[in-house]
Design a protein around this ligand. Sequence first.
Ligand code: F0G
Length: 469
Amino acid sequence: MTPSDPSRYTSPMFKTIIEPFKIKVVEPIRMTTREERQAALKQAHYNMFNIRAKDILIDLLTDSGTSAMSSEQWAAMMRGDNAYAGSNSFYRFEAAVKDLTGFAHIIPTHQGRAAERILFSTVCGKGQIVPNNTHFDTTRANIEAAGAEAVDFVIAEGKQPQSRHPFKGNIDLNKLEALLKEAKPGQVPLCMLTVTNNSGGGQPVSMENLRQTSVLCHRYGVPLFLDACRFAENAYFIKLREPGYQSKPAAAIAREMYRLSDGCTMSAKKDGLVNIGGFLGMNNEDWAQECRNLLVLTEGFPTYGGLAGRDLDAIAQGLQEVLDEDYLKYRLRSVEYLAERLAKIGYPIVQPPGGHAVYIDARALLPHIPTTQFPAQSLCSSIYEHGGIRTGEIGNAMFGRNVGGREIPSDMDLVRMAIPRRAYTQSHIDYVVELAEHVFKLRETLRGLRVIRQAPVLRHFTIEFEPIQ
Ligand code: F0G
C-alpha cells in the first residue's frame, strides 16, 4: 500500500479513527483531592503556571514540548553526535529541514522565541512595523523589545468565535496592502504569517491566502516569514478544506507553504514532535550571517545553537513523522472530538476547532464576570479545582495590558485546552468532558479575580490573583 493510502490503519468499513501508535513507555499520573487542589490554587495565586505538575492529573496547559517521542526518535537520540562544531547530528538536522523548507540557511535555536529574538533584533528597529495574522505573545514581545511595532491583521472572522469560516487564520490582504503602500521604504522589514494562528484559536491559513500574501509582499519588496510552529496541522487543514488539495500529500502541501515564503521561525516543540528545540530558516544570506553572529553570542555555535546533538536528531526524525497522514488525521480528529463534546454540553467554543486545542469562550460562558475580573482565569481555576485538569488562559491576563494602572482589555477571553501530541488517549479526553459537564452546571457560581501582582511584559506567566468575594 502507498503511504498516502487512507486505509492503512483503519478499514474503510469502520468509522473509528484510532491512535496510530501503541504505548511503550508509561508515566503515572496522580489524582488529588479537591481540598488539596484548593490549597494548590491558593498557593499558586490562581495562576496555572504556578501549579506543580505533581498536582495535575491531565495537563492541557500547552501542546508545546509535551509530545511523546517515538521509538525512532529515541533511537535517533542515541545516534546523536555532540561534537561542538560540525556534528553529524547537525548535518542530518540541516538536511531534513532544508528538504522540508527549501531555505538556504538553517540556524538551530533552543526554542521558537530564541529564533524570534535573533531574527527581530537583527532585522527590526525603532520606527519599523511587523504585520502578522496574529502575533503570538513571545513574537510580539520580541518585536517590541527590538523597538519595532507588531500589528495584527487577521480577517474579521478570525476574531468572531462563532464564525465558521474554514480559514480563520487568514490575514486581511486589504489591511496589509494599505500598510505596505503607506510605509516608507524599509519600514516593514518583513511580514509574518502564523500557521496555524495560535492566538486566534489554532486556526489555519489557506494556501490561497498564503499565495496572495506572498505576491503582495514581494510586490513591495518585503520578505514573508512563516511562524511555522504548527505547519503540519495547517497543511492537513488545507488538504481537508481547500479545493484542489484533497489528493495532494500533506508533505507536498507543507513544502508548497514554505516555498511561498522567504524564511521561518520555528518552535520544534510543537510540530517537530520534540521536547526542546527550534530553528530559524531563511534565504537572505546577509541576514543569516548576522543572525549567526548573534547566535554565537547567546545560543551557541551555529551547528548546535543551544541544543545537544541528540536534540537535533530527534527534530530531524520528528519532522518526518509529523507529516504522516494517519497521524495528522488522528490528531485533528481527536481535537475535533473534544470540541464536539464540549459544544454538546453547551460550551461556547471557537468554531470550527483549531488543530492543537479547543478554545472556550469564557466571556460568553460567564457574562456575569467582566473582562477586568478575568473570566477565563476564573474558569481555568474552577476546572482545576473540580477535576485536576490544567488549562491555559488566552485572555485578559495574556493579552490585556495595564498601562499606568489602567486596564486595556483583550479582544477575547478564551480558555485553551491544548492537547499534547501523542500523549493522552480517548479515555483521558472523555474524563475531561465529564469534568467540563460538572463545571458547566456550576458556571453561575464562578467569581472573578483581582490582580495582586503583575510584571510589565508577558504578565500572564507570573501574574498573581485573589478571588473577589
Ligand atoms: N509562535 C507560536 C505561534 C507559538 O505558539 C509559540 C509557543 C511560539 C511562537 C514560541 O515558541 O515556546 O518554543 O519559544 N507557544 C506555546 C504555547 C508556548 O503554549 O502555545 P517557544
